[in-house]
Design a protein around this ligand. Structure first.
Ligand code: NI
Length: 168
C-alpha cells in the first residue's frame, strides 16, 4: 500500500515537473517593472523663431520650463528559467532602471542636466528611444531581453517603444 501510494505520488511529481518543463520550454513571457521620477523640460526648437515655437509647442514651450511626474514601464521578454520561474529577477530589473534612469533623471532639468539627453529635444517620444538605448546592455547582462518601454507623461498622454521590432 505504502509503495503503491509512493509510486503514485512519484509519478504525479514527475508528470508535473515534465509539464512545467514543457511550459517553460515553449512559452515566452513579458514582464514589466514600473518606476517613477519627476523632471522639468521645455520643448523648443532652436532653429525656429519664438513665435513658431509657441505656435507648435504651445504651453510646453514655456521659457522657464514646466514639469511632469513621469511613470516609466520597462518590459522584458523571455522564457521562464526552469529553476526560478523568472524571466529576469525583478529586483535586478528594478535596480538597473533606478541606476541607469531614475537616478539620472529624477528632479532634473531634461534640457540641461542629463548627459544622455544632450542635444536631444526632450519630448516623450525622444526620451523613450534614449531610455531604451541606455537599458539594452545592462538588461542583457542580467540575462534579459528588453521588449518595450512605455513612458507616461500625463494621465492622458503616453508613448510606447519596441525598439525596431514590431509591437507584440
Ligand atoms: Ni512637457
Amino acid at each position: 500500500m505504502f509503495c503503491s501510494s509512493y509510486y503514485h505520488i512519484s509519478l504525479t511529481l514527475h508528470f508535473l515537473y515534465w509539464k512545467a518543463s514543457i511550459i517553460s520550454d515553449l512559452k515566452t513571457v513579458y514582464i514589466t517593472r514600473r518606476e517613477t521620477f519627476n523632471a522639468a523640460h521645455k520643448l523648443w526648437n532652436e532653429m525656429w523663431s519664438a513665435e513658431k515655437n509657441e505656435e507648435v509647442f504651445g504651453r510646453c514651450s514655456n521659457h522657464n520650463w514646466h514639469g511632469h511626474n513621469f511613470t516609466l514601464y520597462v518590459t522584458v521578454k523571455g522564457i521562464p528559467n526552469p529553476d526560478t520561474g523568472f524571466v529576469i529577477n525583478l529586483k535586478d530589473l528594478s535596480q538597473i532602471v533606478k541606476d541607469e534612469i531614475v537616478e539620472v533623471l529624477d528632479h532634473k532639468n531634461l534640457n540641461l542636466d542629463v548627459p544622455f539627453l544632450k542635444d536631444i529635444l526632450p519630448s516623450t517620444e525622444n526620451m523613450v528611444i534614449c531610455i531604451w538605448d541606455r537599458l539594452v546592455e545592462p538588461i542583457r547582462s542580467s540575462g534579459g531581453e528588453i521588449a518595450k518601454i512605455k513612458l507616461v507623461e500625463t494621465e492622458n498622454n503616453y508613448v510606447e517603444y519596441w525598439g525596431d521590432g514590431e509591437p507584440f
